[in-house]
Design a protein around this ligand. Structure first.
Ligand SMILES: *Cc1c(COP(=O)(O)O)cnc(C)c1O
Length: 496
């Protein structure tokens, strides 16, 4: 069955998977969604024995149907190699009352590596398939982790440039250092004045600017996106949820066919949407627990059906989740309004014009798969400290939100379904906050002091991604604003 992709905002002709990956965002500003739901190609119990790479192929080929077996396997081989510090790629560990799916064993120690280590391969294969001669310019807004993972993935990939924008003052010192020390002649990064939503909106605006697109084309460039608005980000993320399930069956923690819950610390709604897609494929998932930090737009949305971003933007210790406009929710909205692009567009227009939309009762009923919950800074820190005291296991501040919300979910529902929590970053990436949670009396001059303390507390060796930046040179120093962002892009590409 061939799967095509169409925009959530118009009835424009569907396109192939490779074309959707190349484009990133649809020309009408919508996101690409599959026209049908792919399902597994064989009974679940036959997937259980597959290695991560084999499983990646079995899952991804159902979505990316215009890639040949050879192409797709080459992408997978290139992506999931020694860049990951464990052959399991994404180990699953049982601690306390949950299973933690560690998605941070890649080059930049956050879950973004799971998709961004393969996206450059998918993108260059897609360019070849479609005889696209232009140089691909990846534009990315980042709340801290995507930027580094995308730069690491695309660095020195022939035929590509990567430009990253991150909110000034909105990322951790480690995240910032990771980005500013990125090597590769085709990489560029700029701080943008404002928060993540400002950065994301400014980048989306450039994508939708037909004149700018034409100007770029004249110079032999075309834009694409490495954000989770690109379907090429979401599809590889489906794999690890199936992998988690299979791991539980293999270890005897689960009988094949029995349901699990999946709890995801959420920002842009990409990671949890991938879990939802896994469920649509046939993975036995009961509840998708959407965990938010104090920027709890999604919690309120799932409870009331009212998406309202008109509220203060709060900077928290889980910065990669400090988001008020969760772009990927649009894919779910489109679906629950009966795949009606004009109904979806109306809601999205209301959001950009007035900062709010309310879904109908009928639409809300279709959200039963989801439970929305949030945790405060205090609850997050308390949960991280308790888990450490009880088990010795250290989780980062994003995963901490997932764990804290899961705890509340349990209190509220007493649902005994085995639950997988997506562990989205290594605690080393947010060492200062994590140490603050576990050992509040400790203080150090900078993040490296906290990293040393974390090593003592956790007994987990320092990841290479951290060791590297201790001595790496700062290579980037650009700053821009939402207004000057297009000029910054021109300057980087040398097309003034
Ligand atoms: C990006 C990120 C998230 C949020 O993921 P979304 O797909 O945007 O919902 C959570 N935790 C960490 C560490 C991240 O980097």
């Amino acid at each position: 069955m061939e799967i095509l992709y169409k925009s959530t905002r118009s009835d424009a002709e569907p396109i192939t998977a490779s074309q959707a990956i190349l484009a990133g965002l649809a020309p009408d500003g919508g996101l690409y969604v599959p026209t049908e739901d792919p399902s597994f190609d064989r009974p679940l119990k036959e997937l259980v024995q597959l290695s991560y790479k084999e499983l990646a192929y079995a899952v991804m080929k159902q979505y990316l149907t215009d890639f040949t077996e050879e192409e797709l396997r080459a992408c997978i081989e290139g992506a999931y190699d020694e860049k990951f510090d464990t052959p399991a790629v994404a180990p699953l560990v049982k601690k306390g009352n949950a299973w933690y799916l560690e998605l941070f064993h890649g080059a930049t120690i956050a879950f973004k590596d799971m998709a961004l280590s393969i996206l450059p391969y998918l993108m260059t294969a897609a360019a070849k398939k479609n005889n696209s001669e232009e140089e691909i310019v990846i534009l990315t807004a980042t709340s801290g982790d995507t930027g580094k993972a995308a730069m690491a993935g695309f660095a020195d990939v022939p035929g590509t440039r990567i430009i990253v924008f991150y909110p000034k003052g909105g990322v951790s010192m480690i995240q910032e250092l990771q980005m500013l020390t990125q090597k590769g002649a085709n990489t560029a990064v700029a701080k943008i004045h404002g928060n993540f939503d400002d950065a994301q909106s400014a980048v989306k605006k450039v994508f939708n600017d037909a004149a700018m697109k034409e100007e770029l084309a004249r110079h032999g460039f075309r834009f694409s996106s490495a954000n989770s608005i690109n379907i090429g980000r979401l599809v590889p993320q489906i794999v690890y949820y199936v992998h988690a399930y299979c791991s539980m069956v293999r270890s005897g923690d689960l009988v094949c066919g029995d349901p699990i819950n999946i709890c995801v610390p959420t920002g842009n709604f990409g990671n949890i949407l991938a879990a939802y897609y896994a469920k649509q494929m046939g993975l036995p998932v009961r509840t998708l627990i959407c965990a938010s930090n104090e920027n709890k737009v999604l919690t309120d949305f799932f409870r009331t059906g009212d998406y309202d971003k008109k509220r203060p933007f709060i900077l928290t210790s889980s910065p990669s989740m400090d988001i008020l406009i969760s772009s990927n929710l649009e894919r779910l909205i489109y679906r629950i309004c009966g795949n009606d692009p004009s109904a979806n567009k109306e809601l999205m227009d209301a959001l950009s014009a007035g900062g709010e939309y309310v879904i109908s009762g009928e639409m809300k009923q279709k959200l039963d798969d989801f439970y929305g919950g949030c945790a405060s800074e205090e609850e997050n820190f308390k949960g991280i400290a308790e888990l450490y005291r009880e088990t010795g296991y250290v989780i980062d501040t994003h995963t901490g939100i997932g764990a804290a919300v899961y705890r509340k979910y349990l209190e509220e529902t007493a649902d005994g379904t085995p639950t997988v929590i997506a562990s989205t970053a290594s605690p080393y990436k947010f060492a200062a906050s994590v140490v603050h949670a576990i050992d509040p009396a400790f203080s150090a001059e900078n993040d490296f002091g906290y990293i040393d303390r974390l090593r003592e507390l956790s007994g987990v060796p320092e990841p290479n991604a951290i060791t590297e930046i201790r001595s790496a040179k700062i290579l980037h120093d650009r700053e821009t604003t939402a207004e000057t962002l297009p000029d910054t892009i021109r300057e980087i590409l040398g097309i003034e």
